[in-house]
Design a protein around this ligand. Sequence first.
Ligand SMILES: Nc1ncnc2c1ncn2[C@@H]1O[C@H](COP(=O)(O)OP(=O)(O)OP(=O)(O)O)[C@@H](O)[C@H]1O
Length: 232
Amino acid sequence: MLKIKDLHTHIEQFHILQGVNLEVPDNSVTVVLGRNGAGKTTTIRSVMGFYPNMSGEILFQGKSIAKLPPYTVAKQGIGYVPEDQDIFAGLTVEENMRVAMRREDDTTLERQEWLLDLFPDLREAWKRKGGHLSGGQKQMLSIARALVNETPLLLVDEPSKGLAPIMVEKVMEAMNVIRETTTILLVEQNFIMASQLGDYFYMIDEGRTVFQGEMQLLKDDEVLRKKYLGIA
Ligand SMILES: Nc1ncnc2c1ncn2[C@@H]1O[C@H](COP(=O)(O)OP(=O)(O)OP(=O)(O)O)[C@@H](O)[C@H]1O
C-alpha cells in the first residue's frame, strides 16, 4: 500500500529525517515507534507532503506521491489524523463532518452513518461545537473526518495522547473495526495500544529506521524495547 525509501527531510536548516525506510502492507496495521523527537511525526507529515524539502521515494499503491502537496495526497485516498486533531472549534460536529466531505453523495452519507455507529459519542454530540467536546470526542471526530471519504490508507498520529483510559479503550475498539476495511499506519507511544493493534512495527531513532519486524518480535524482546523505547 505504502513504500518509503531512503526518506530525508529537512526542516529549515535541520536535517531531521536521515534515511527512513518503511513499508505498509495492504490490510495491515503498521506501527511507527521510537522515543520523543525520533522523527515519527515528521515521517507521517512527509508522506502527507508538508515538507517540500525532502528526498527519497514515497509510493502509494505503486504511484509516486513524493513532493505532492497535502490536498493532492489526501485526494489520492490517504486520510490523516494529526497529533493535535484538526477539528474546527467553532463548527458543530455535523458541520465538521460536512466540511470534510469531498462529495455529499449516498456513498459518503453511508460512510458517515457507519462512522456514527462506530462512535456513538459523536452522534450524541452531533449539534455540539467542536470546541466544547472532550479530548476523546475530538479524537473521534478527527478520525471520523479522515475516514468519511474513500480512504484505503489511514495515517494516525498518537491517537491515545492525553486521553482518559476509558477513551483510549473506545478509540482502540474503533480502530479494531476500522482495520477490517482500511490499511493503517499508526504512530503510537502507548505500547499496550501499539502492540494490541499492530501487525508490524518500525523503530525510528534519530531520524532513521533502525529496526523492523512483526509486532510479536517486539512483544517478546524486552531488551529491544528497553533500548529504543525505554520500557520493559
Ligand atoms: N518545525 C520544526 N523546526 C525545527 N525542528 C523541528 C521542527 N519540527 C520537528 N523538529 C525536530 O525534529 C525532530 C523530530 O520531531 P518529530 O515530531 O518528528 O518527533 P516524534 O518522534 O514524533 O516525537 P514526539 O513523540 O515527541 O512527537 C525533533 O528533534 C524535533 O525537535
